[in-house]
Design a protein around this ligand. Sequence first.
Ligand code: ATP
Ligand code: MG
Length: 468
Amino acid sequence: MYNSVSKPAAKPGVYLTELMITKFLGRVFSGRIFKGGQPKIIPFGSHGIARERISRCALTVTQTLQRHEFAAFVVGGAVRDLLLGREPKDFDVATDATPEEVRRLFRRSRIIGRRFRLVHVMCGPETVEVSTFRGGDAAEDDETRRSDEHGRILRDNVFGNQKQDATRRDFTINALFYDPASQEIWDYHDGVDDLRKRRLRMIGNPEKRYREDPVRLLRAVRLAASRGLEIDARSRKPIRALADLLANVPTSRLFDEMLKLLLSGHAVECVTKLRREGLHHGLLPLLDVILEQPLGERFVMLALKTTDERIRAEKPVSPAFLFAALLWHEVLAAWKSIEAKGVPTIPAFYQAMEQVMQVQAEKLAIPRRFGAEMKEIWALQPRFLQRAGRRPYRLLEHPRFRAGYDFLLLRCESGEVNPDVGGWWTRFQRAGQAEREQMLLQDTEPKKRRRRRRRKERSESEAMKAEG
Ligand code: ATP
Ligand code: MG
């Protein structure tokens, strides 16, 4: 179905002229031609966002679409971030062209998505996501829009007009359209005013909108914390009571959202706010328990702080490292309780890692590629305590040594491990051969026991590799 702004293929002759006049009027009257929508149109002079601030690819996409008589706007997070004076991460374009029509206009493009079809247009290394205007409320009774018993929308693949597209978006500041040709912002929900007041406001009835898609609960917290906004009272009120709805969200979506939150460069503020709003329970199960233990909290917060600093300095960060850190005290707790049942130390440690990964896989769907790296970082930890014989040399050669060492430093800083151990490894890396030999601790382990232990370690690490 394609309503309101549907555009029959242009025909030669009279019809084409008519279509062009209609389009022309559409431009002159700045959108008032669209049925049922009265956006506020904010001229360049009032907002100051010049088209040069739009990425090359997004400009090409809107220009090409407009040249072919389609409406095309930069939309969503990019417009919001430009108005906040931030560099947008990526650019999305909204249009009245269908995915097939978009696909035909750009050689390097492909249609993606099952729930709602979008087009990815590639120019060099950049990808711009192009979505067709979608209906929201207007399509409520449509049989293509179905909800579960909590009000969560399961399918909403209905095209709509620009106004409907604005209304189906989550927050007013995310529903702004920027036209690079005229440099105007089209604002259906007073989003620009909210941005000026640094206010995050849900479009429509907040409780209903959270029920439709509980991920919006997390988005509210992430956007408020990372952009320094206040969630307006009506939008904030239902959050705590609806927190349990997150349990119905598919784990892969939860994982994506958590990753965005943790890699936002403001993870400390986000997690602090998640706790304040009572949203952390369903996310990283038992994270609340960890955060209630003084050592666990210090460790998690330190890991988040380090990640934030790296992201703000535009250094790469490893999501696996971060998840390994978030769950470390889970592993320690599980390790202790398995050992208490009489399982020997090292096997108990491996069982603990497995157990924690299992629970997380169910809740957060941590992808397997992260899982293997997380386990490696954890498995290196006991090896940092062995500072005699050839073992420290072997550890230095390990491909994950750097991640394991950074992890160790966090453990030291949080008070879990004696800082001397971290200091020893810092010196050992920098030292020359002679100094290294001097630094090695006395190996007090009897030869026979050492051989037995090594054999066991080897078979365990092979078993891990086979799994990973
Ligand atoms: P960022 O990219 O910084 O995470 P964003 O707002 O651009 O923030 P995206 O996930 O890229 O977030 O979404 C792009 C736009 O799509 C949003 O600005 C919003 O208009 C709309 N949107 C995204 N998620 C939802 C949702 N759950 N409900 C309604 N609208 C949404
Ligand atoms: Mg975005």
